[in-house]
Design a protein around this ligand. Sequence first.
Ligand code: SAH
Length: 391
Amino acid sequence: MKVVKVKSLAANRIKKGYPALESYDFKDRNEAEEGDLLKIVDTAKRFVALGYLGDEKKTAGWVLSLDEKTIIDDQFFEDLFEKAKTKRSAFYADDLTTAFRFFNGEGDGLGGLTIDNYDGYYVFSWYSEGIYKFKKTILKAFKAVVPEHTGIFEKLRYPNPPVKSRFVEGKEVESVVIKENGIRYKAYLNDGWMTGLFLDQRNVRRRIMEDWGMGRKVLNAFSYTGAFSVAAAMGGALKTVNVDVANRSKERTEEQFELNGLSTENHEIRVMDVFDYLDYAKKHKLLFDLIVLDPPTFARTKKRTFSVDTDYTELVKDALDVLATNGILITATNSWGTSRDDFFEMVNDALEEKDVDAYLMDEQDLPEDFAVSSGYPEGHYLKVFVLERTK
Ligand code: SAH
């Protein structure tokens, strides 16, 4: 354990419950290295917290405990997993939803690690080399708490990992069909960082199925594997158009429809740039009555780069050109760096510039399994607005 000294502002912030360590917090790093356990003290050498060093895009490490007496051993991690499991007992009891986040980083007391459960297959995502150094202890603790797991996979989500994804132990499968509110989705557990399904949009998919899909013509932009469209179709949508620039999206989307016994006849899959499609749709005077915009925070395609901060307003403006009166527009972003209010402003700017009347009919946040630490509101990274166009 390394004793590191932090600046006064950092010490007070940590004591208030902020769980992240920033690179500029340190007064004396004491040559601590990636993965070292830290005893964090203030400038007067008074105890502040225990933590570890793990370099991520956003943080330099995480706080583990504000209690000096805590021992960071197998039992420490077991206790965290036990708590996480208890917190999700409603998910474990729900036969209609078999995929959920089992452990959500700092929201469950340990920043740098998330664990997703895909019907008994657990996918660990390690966000720094530092946290990865605890792998042996963490896996042991996890298996003590979840002995019934079927298999374990892992994603190494830090810069220049030896591999992005690999099988760890248990039963090895390529994919697994999970259920979410009764809908089936196929997830690929060992194919890069993503699995084909973003579990954090579960509540939005449910509302689309139950409330916003019926009878509608749907445009799903940045559709990936078409999950929103499948939910809409299960909820009675007449037609969906799925637009994604990635080749793989076509067969993956078809597969999701077929899994649910839906014919792909009324569901178009277009492998192309969203902005080009919106151009095309406008020229051909196409109109949709449900549009979902769920782009990545940043993407570079052959033709252009898209970034939430600079291009979201433009994206909404283009989408409004093909949104029918009384149509619903769902705008989503998972950008950590964009606050809810800034995002609201971006969407509102588009409406004002286009002189379109709409109102905020609903707003969504992360689902319950994506636990957020009260000291770290940044953890609410998902922002979703649901607007109804009135004119
Ligand atoms: N909305 C999806 C997740 C989107 S992931 C879901 O609910 O599952 C982001 C997707 O955007 C990726 O599949 C990527 O291929 C696609 N993408 C990025 N830039 C794009 C662009 N300019 N046009 C079309 N697709 C794009």
